[in-house]
Design a protein around this ligand. Structure first.
Ligand SMILES: Nc1ncnc2c1ncn2[C@@H]1O[C@H](COP(=O)(O)OP(=O)(O)OP(=O)(O)O)[C@@H](O)[C@H]1O
Length: 578
């Protein structure tokens, strides 16, 4: 019921359109019901008059009917065009709400959900909802009115024949609903199977480099063949059921007309029915049966649209886990003093990843995190911009708990350079400018120069207008890194997180980028996660994190002297280089 109320809310901005659509639908319904009655009246009255009277009246009748059908044309045009436009506008509102909500949801939601599914909610589910929004009220109201109207008229014309008609119609409805339920099941199966085909294509094409490197093209083709065949089987089943549904319905309609003809013939023979009345009766049977068929088909549309809406509501009602507290204040005049105060953290109900971590970084200093894979270095960094909230203790910036300040101001104060750089579809200027909305061209070029990428951009035929992203120019890992660094230069935050920023690069690119990063880190509080220990020798403090917690901490020289885990890692890498 709550979902239904929420659904109705989307009609509100288009109330005018909705009411007018309903009026038009009512007009169409009235005109359709009126025609056989007009015919009835004419045959019973006018057409029995002398030829002259008929001929002089025909002009008026023709003009009246034409006017009626012009009105019907206008109404039908409005229903088909503006009714659909109303549905499309509601769909667009829902899509915008859903997209806005996706933007607000926290990392935990994205950890648990699949991008493909989220996309399908934005596209196919919402299309089903819009179809329901437009056709639903119209189908229910108009079809119900037509059924009641036609049935009443039929009853007035001949009660026993209409009761017989009703009995056969009920059997037909039971038959159709049964088939419809099976069709629904098979359509759901079709959807699952086509989703599997899509997933296979996406998986195989996204991983095409891996497929080719293992020469596994045949294996991929076989896997695709399996799901492609399975989809074909499912479609074959659905067409068989559709065949029996439509053929069955046509048979029942044929049966109805046969019964009406036979019983009508009987009533004519015994003098209880005029031959012309039987013809008009047959016309009303069409008007009576058509909305029944519409309603039966509508059950399928309703199920699809309503389940789509429920899925939509599930997302809309998911509250972001990370929200601003009601009295959150902006983090202003950031100095960059970072404190991890007895911090503990676990993902969901899993085992604790971090426990009782204490770190104090004075403004402008650099702390390096090192340690084995899975030790929790990335997790520790994610707690600073509140990608996740601590489960124990607190993270403080300039003495303020990060949970007590607005996320917008908090994240504006922090710049992150990650190993995996994501470039949006757009040109290089826009990708660097992402760091500071509204940045001037001069600022963008200055940032690119400081990130050592300006000269390279100048060598591209289209310079800063070169398109990047999936269908754009292919940039090397190092070039992408430098664009990411330029973004952060432009953002100019007081705090910096460098997450394994140079570990995927060769020595030459690394040295090049290292100098940009050192320049970037100047005057900013910096946390670096590094696998190449040579790059963090100058860090003010090096912290060795293992799954058991902080094992060692101190300067490079102190840790080497201690001859513990850090010294072991360092010597291993040093030997590796020689
Ligand atoms: N989103 C997540 N949901 C659940 N568990 C996670 C998630 N991210 C990381 N983990 C787990 O938390 C632990 C710490 O991971 P984290 O990525 O912080 O380690 P790391 O030291 O940065 O590792 P690496 O050096 O390999 O990047 C690991 O056991 C990992 O499996």
């Amino acid at each position: 019921m709550q979902a239904f109320r929420k659904f109705i809310r989307y009609y509100r901005p288009y109330r005018g359109l909705f009411y007018f659509d309903m009026i038009c639908a009512l007009a169409v319904c009235a005109i359709d019901l009126a025609f056989p009655q007009i015919l009835n009246l004419l045959t019973k009255n006018l057409f029995l008059q002398p030829a002259e009277t008929i001929l002089s009246a025909l002009w008026y009748i023709g003009a009246g009917l034409l006017a009626m059908y012009i009105v019907r044309y206008g109404c039908q045009y409005f229903i088909t065009s503006w009714g659909h436009i109303m549905g499309a506008r509601m769909e667009s509102d829902m899509r915008q709400d859903l997209f806005n909500h996706y933007q607000r949801l926290s990392f935990t939601y994205y950890d648990r959900n699949n991008t493909g599914e989220m996309m399908s909610k934005l596209v196919s589910d919402l299309f089903d909802i819009s179809e329901l929004a437009h056709h639903g009220p119209e189908n229910i109201v108009i079809s119900t009115l037509k059924i009641i109207g036609a049935f009443t008229i039929l009853m007035f014309m001949n009660v026993p024949m209409t009761l017989l008609l009703l009995a056969v119609t009920l059997i037909m409805v039971v038959f159709s609903l049964g088939k419809n339920r099976r069709m629904h099941r098979i359509f759901m199966d079709n959807r699952r199977k086509i989703a599997a085909v899509n997933a296979r294509v996406q998986d195989s094409l996204s991983g095409i480099r891996v497929v080719k490197s293992f020469a596994n093209e045949e294996v991929e083709c076989e896997k695709f063949d399996d799901c492609n065949r399975s989809f074909l089987d499912s479609k074959t089943d659905s067409y068989k059921i559709m065949g029996s549904f439509h053929a069955g319905n046509s048979f029942f309609q044929g049966l109805l007309y046969t019964l009406v003809l036979v019983s009508g013939g009987y009533f004519i023979a015994v003098g209880r029915l005029e031959p012309m009345a039987l013809a008009i009766y047959a016309l009303y049977i069409g008007i009576f049966l058509n909305p029944i068929e519409v309603l039966i088909n509508f059950t399928e549309q309703f199920q699809r649209g309503y389940s789509g809406f429920k899925r939509f509501m599930e997302v809309i009602q998911t509250r972001p886990e990370i929200t601003d507290s009601p009295d959150a204040k902006p983090l202003a005049h950031v100095e960059g003093h970072i404190v991890y105060d007895h911090v503990s953290f676990r993902y969901g109900n899993e085992a604790e990843v971090l426990s009782d971590i204490n770190i104090d970084i004075t403004p402008g200093k650099t702390v390096a995190l090192v340690g084995p894979s899975g030790g929790g270095k990335t997790t520790l960094c994610s707690l600073l911009p509140r990608f996740y909230d601590v489960t124990g203790g607190a993270v403080l910036i300039d003495g303020q708990d990060v949970r007590s300040v607005t996320q917008q101001s908090l994240r504006s104060a922090i710049g992150i350079v990650q190993q995996e750089v994501y470039l949006f579809s757009g040109n290089i200027r826009e990708n660097i400018g992402y760091g500071k909305p509204g940045a001037t061209d001069e600022e963008i070029v200055a940032a690119a120069k400081r990130a050592n990428i300006h000269d390279f951009i100048q060598t591209l035929p289209e310079g800063y207008d070169t398109f990047t992203g999936e269908r754009g120019v292919r940039l090397s890992g190092g070039q992408k890194q430098r664009i990411a660094i330029a973004r952060v230069f432009l953002k100019d935050p007081k705090i910096l997180i460098l997450d394994e920023a140079t570990s995927a690069l060769d020595n030459e690119s690394e040295r090049f980028i290292q100098s940009s990063l050192e320049e970037l880190a100047r005057g900013r509080t910096t946390i670096v996660i590094a696998h190449r220990l040579s790059t963090i020798r100058n860090a003010d403090e090096i912290i060795v994190i293992t799954p058991d917690g902080i094992r060692e901490r101190g300067s490079h020289a102190e840790l080497l002297k201690r001859d513990g885990l850090y010294a072991k890692y360092y010597n291993m890498q040093f030997e590796g280089l020689n």
